[in-house]
Write a protein that binds this ligand. Structure first.
Ligand code: RET
Length: 248
């Protein structure tokens, strides 16, 4: 792929992300009013998440354009993504916990603990992201920080899968069904981030160029963000509407 094509491809995905975040913001804001008071919070958080992401994608897009038009002299600012995740990942965890209406004590424990895990996952990942990306050495700082970050990732998944299993079984059949889909979406989309993160470091081992590694990383992060924020928010909304119709 020529450098111009690679630039254009990432540019198009980032542009799509701006559209997806902006459109889903209006959607979540417009549907939240038809939910009962107690079911609204999770959908409100979805709106907040996509609004934060909308703003960051505008900045990400600008930074990509500056990087591309300067022929790489102006570096692309990856920090926008990490600041975005620092804010949105705890909110996404909170959405999932809130929409289930677990008992208050479990709810507050899960939210507090996972906010800390999410913070540590993103912060340690950022340190790794800032290291030399063309290294193919698996013992490089990038992989070591990535591994540390992954420990917190596993702790979050353990809570969202194991920690609330007993409460899920008390929910209606419909909700259990959607919840299963939600968890698959969560693991499939959140799982893309560590893979995308590693691609620049292992591109050489996979027979790809350094440019391919960078392009695939940017597209991986962008597509995962679209699925993990607007896509996930739609499933949360679906659960909230099911809850709306039931007494639980
Ligand atoms: C909307 C943004 C979301 C859901 C972002 C999620 C990000 C992750 C799950 C990132 C995880 C990482 C690892 C598990 C290891 C390597 C470093 C990270 C930060 C990419």
């Amino acid at each position: 792929m020529s450098a111009a094509d690679a630039y254009q491809l990432v540019y198009n995905f980032m542009s799509l992300a701006i559209a997806a975040m902006g459109a889903s913001f209006f959607f979540f804001v417009s549907v939240r009013g038809s939910l009962k008071e107690g079911n609204r919070m999770a959908v409100t958080l979805s709106a907040v998440v996509v609004l934060i992401a909308f703003y960051h994608y505008v900045r990400i897009f600008d930074s990509w354009v500056a990087f591309g038009t300067s022929g790489g002299a102006v570096p692309f600012n990856e920090a926008y993504r990490y600041v975005d995740w620092l804010l949105t990942v705890p909110l996404l965890v909170a959405e999932l916990v809130l929409v289930l209406k677990l008992d208050k004590k479990l709810e507050s424990t899960l939210i507090k603990r996972n906010v800390v895990y999410a913070f540590l996952m993103i912060a340690t990942g950022y340190v790794g992201e800032m290291t030399n990306i063309t290294s193919v050495d698996l013992a490089s700082p990038r992989t070591i920080w990535g591994a540390i970050s992954s420990v917190f990732f596993v702790l979050i998944l353990r809570d969202l899968f194991g920690g609330i299993d007993a409460s899920i079984k008390k929910q209606s059949k419909d909700i259990q069904g959607i919840f299963k889909i939600l968890r698959v979406v969560l693991i499939a989309t959140w799982g893309v981030y560590p893979i995308a993160y590693l691609l620049p470091a292992i591109a050489g081992n996979l027979g790809l160029t350094a440019q391919d590694g960078l392009v695939m990383k940017q597209i991986g992060y962008t597509v995962a963000d679209i699925l993990a924020k607007p896509g996930y928010g739609l499933l949360i909304w679906k659960i909230a509407t099911l809850k709306n119709g039931s007494s639980k």
